[in-house]
Design a protein around this ligand. Structure first.
Ligand code: FE2
Length: 211
């Protein structure tokens, strides 16, 4: 077993969670990755080829290192060269533990805003009451630069910044634990989004918020 695999699994065992019997409830209630874990623990260093931009001038390639893929959860490390971007995406119905192992990155995250139709009509009866098809309202949760060492972030299905985008300022390694994992058969596909200011749309009137 690769050193970082055994190390991360040991971290999970130390948290009191059995990797083979963990339930979704366990994931939410018990799982806390060891905040002391860093790049040296997982056998990754910034000088590895994963973190080089390469010769091309195109978008830096993001490397995906799968660690564990179980029915209850999956564990993966993302390796981002400088300027690497993981576009805005969601984790439907999932709880995500994200740990920046090394590097510095800009993270922007959102949570969905669910506005009842009749409430929208009451608030602004002169404006269209629904967004055009394909658009959905979201509010900014975080818009900040994170530099390792920093604490593990927890994204819940409805809160914590379930939609997020990573932009690497330096080379970065990010450990993600997803519970439950993505599954198209169970309605948990990853969807990518573009965000646009709320003020761009009818009825926005410059209020803060984004889509
Ligand atoms: Fe993500």
């Amino acid at each position: 077993m690769l050193p970082y695999v055994s190390c991360v699994l040991q971290s999970i065992r130390n948290s009191g969670m059995n990797e083979r019997s963990v339930s979704e409830v366990d994931m939410v209630n018990k799982m806390r990755l060891d905040d002391g874990i860093d790049a040296s623990d997982v056998g990754l260093t910034p000088d590895m080829s994963y973190f080089r931009r390469g010769a091309s001038r195109g978008t830096p390639v993001i490397t995906y290192l799968p660690i564990r893929e179980l029915e209850q959860f999956s564990m993966v490390i993302f390796c981002l060269p400088p300027s690497g971007v993981i576009p805005l995406h969601d984790h439907p119905g999932m709880t995500v533990f994200t740990k920046l192992l090394f590097g510095s990155m800009h993270i922007k995250s959102y949570d969905w805003v669910n506005v009842p139709q009749n409430l929208a009509e009451l608030v602004n009866p002169l404006q269209p009451t629904s967004l055009p098809p394909g658009l959905r309202l979201a509010k900014v949760k975080r818009d900040a630069i994170f530099t390792a060492p920093c604490r593990t972030s927890v994204l819940y299905p409805e809160d914590g910044g379930n939609l997020h985008c990573f932009r690497a300022r330096t080379c970065c390694a990010v450990l993600d634990v997803l519970g439950p994992p993505y599954s198209s058969a169970r309605g948990r596909d990853c969807t990518y989004y573009h965000d646009r200011p709320y003020a761009w749309f009818p009825g926005g009137r410059g209020e803060p918020g984004s889509r």
